[in-house]
Design a protein around this ligand. Structure first.
Ligand SMILES: Nc1ncnc2c1ncn2[C@@H]1O[C@H](COP(=O)(O)OP(=O)(O)OP(=O)(O)O)[C@@H](O)[C@H]1O
Length: 427
């Protein structure tokens, strides 16, 4: 009898162990966790998207202990972010998901940032295909809505939020020309199908030329702020091989402006081992295959030093001349710096306008003068008159000493559009 009881007990215990193992195995396999690591190059789009997306869902749940709060001086509201070790719950088409943010320091010293996304294994396909795509799409939309624009140097891993305040409202530029540029940008971004149809890379090249301090960088910022495109700076002098160039270009993202400044100053073709035309062909090849929206802006103080092949349509489609300060441009600057809306009526305006007509002075120099006494309109304008008289005198003396060609002569800003991709020319 004892033997039978012992055998029975053994059987029950084995069965219980088996059930426990089965249960724990089932539990162990029930959930799936995706590891989404931050990658510097190429960036992990899902990780970046999660950073933007998660603060838009309810970050505070019963288990939340800490939450990160940030705000830059130009941001209107504070931004919340998930802190390391914290979890956030989300739901998507009936699936419950759990996000966990982890920052881990490895013995090697490197710090790993990752999200762990956990959900029931049976939803794997839906999460991988629909949910993650949804998170990426939402992040894109959030970026558009919140006007987050990033500024990156294509060589560095770091990305900073682009906070240049210039907009088309603050740029001192003839209104007609400003409208032409805005129209050209809008036309470009609305033509995805056209570029696809003709088999061309969806890109537009702008050349901004003119003397230092005439607003070339400010105009790039205004374009980026208007389109909400990221800005990437490419320094040609740092590129030593094709593979470096390829890496640099691949690190730029869709809907971005690639800025190549002072193209006339970069090392010459022989030293560099490649021509600028070659570089642009290479970009075309790379970008025509990805269907992304790209703007390239070149700046130079000396358009006359560029090889004609670079200036042709398809390379630099729009040429924008940024010139010395005009009376109209001065009105915009006075409105920006002094808050004066109707400057024509000020007794000093006539004199200032006359001096600007006959003096080569960069808007940046005028801005400096206005900044000096921005608290007092009359004093600021008197300061501008004095400054312009001095500049005029210097200019007159210089012209007697060395009469030479000045590329950025004083005239209204000019824009010329090379329309090789108009609908009519393509058919
Ligand atoms: N056309 C302009 N409209 C408004 N502000 C301007 C303009 N031009 C210059 N400024 C002011 O002067 C500063 C310097 O101008 P900016 O850097 O844009 O000139 P730049 O042409 O890019 O000069 P550089 O050729 O030396 O790089 C700007 O921060 C801006 O405040």
């Amino acid at each position: 009898m004892n033997f039978i009881v012992e055998q029975l007990m053994l059987f029950i215990s084995t069965a219980l162990n088996y059930l426990a193992t089965l249960f724990s195995l089932r539990r162990y396999h029930h959930d799936l966790t995706l590891i989404i690591r931050e990658e510097n190059w190429p960036p992990n789009q899902v990780y970046d998207a999660a950073h933007l997306y998660l603060p838009t869902i309810d970050l505070i749940n019963p288990s939340t202990r800490t939450i990160r709060v940030t705000k830059t001086p130009r941001q209107e509201a504070v931004k919340l972010a998930i802190e390391s070790g914290e979890q956030v719950a989300d739901a998507f088409e009936g699936i419950n998901l759990n996000w966990r943010y982890v920052v881990e320091k490895h013995p090697s010293g490197c710090v790993e940032h990752r999200f762990e996304l956990t959900f029931q294994k049976e939803h794997k396909d839906k999460v991988m295909t629909s949910y993650l795509a949804y998170v990426v799409r939402r992040a894109e939309a959030i970026k558009q809505e919140s006007k987050i624009i990033n500024l990156s140097n294509v060589y560095s891993d770091s990305e900073v939020e682009f906070e240049h305040p210039a907009t088309f409202e603050t740029i001192a530029m003839e209104p007609g020309l400003k409208q032409k540029i805005i129209k050209d940008l809008e036309r470009f971004v609305s033509r995805r199908e056209f570029y696809k149809k003709v088999g061309k890379a969806w890109k537009r090249g702008y050349l901004l030329y003119g003397p230092p301090g005439t607003g070339k960088s400010s105009l790039i910022a205004a374009m980026a702020n208007y389109l909400k495109f990221d800005v990437f700076e490419l320094e040609l002098d740092n590129i030593e091989s094709d593979s470096e160039l390829k890496s640099a270009l691949l690190s730029t993202t869709n809907r971005s402006i690639l800025v190549i400044e002072d193209i006339d100053c970069s090392v010459n073709d022989e030293e560099r081992g490649y021509t600028l035309s070659g570089l642009l062909n290479f970009m075309d090849g790379l970008w025509s295959s990805c269907g992304d929206e790209r703007i390239i802006v070149f700046t130079t103080n000396h358009k006359d030093r560029l090889e004609p092949a670079l200036l042709r349509p398809g390379r630099m489609d729009v040429h924008i001349h940024m010139s010395y300060c005009t009376p109209h441009a001065f009105k915009v600057l006075a409105s920006n710096y002094l808050g004066v809306e109707v400057l024509d009526r000020h007794p000093l305006y006539g004199e200032i306008a006359g001096l600007l007509e006959s003096t080569e002075v960069a808007p940046a120099e005028v801005c400096e003068e206005l900044l000096e006494r921005d608290y007092d309109v009359d004093a600021a304008l008197e300061g501008v008159v004095k400054f312009l008289k001095l500049k005029k005198l210097e200019g007159d003396n210089n012209n007697i000493d060395k009469p030479e060609f000045q590329e950025g002569k004083r005239q209204d800003m000019d824009v010329s559009v090379n329309d090789d991709d108009s609908e009519s020319s393509s058919t």
